[in-house]
Design a protein around this ligand. Structure first.
Ligand SMILES: [Zn+2]
Length: 54
């Protein structure tokens, strides 16, 4: 078994976004994020950044 499984990593990280205002994590469809349909539960902002490890 390979330790790196791209698909699993995508599931873990690709659909997770961080609110750029309050840094709360949101799991959402990237397409919806891009279209601005998703709002942060806490601050109602629709500015998100992708959660990625460097
Ligand atoms: Zn927020």
């Amino acid at each position: 078994m390979a330790t790196k499984i791209p698909e699993a990593q995508n599931r873990l990280f690709k659909n997770v976004f961080i609110c750029s205002k309050c840094s709360s994590k949101m799991k959402a469809d990237p397409q919806k994020i891009l279209k601005g349909k998703i709002k942060c539960r806490k601050c109602q902002k629709s500015q998100f950044r992708v959660s990625k490890k460097k």
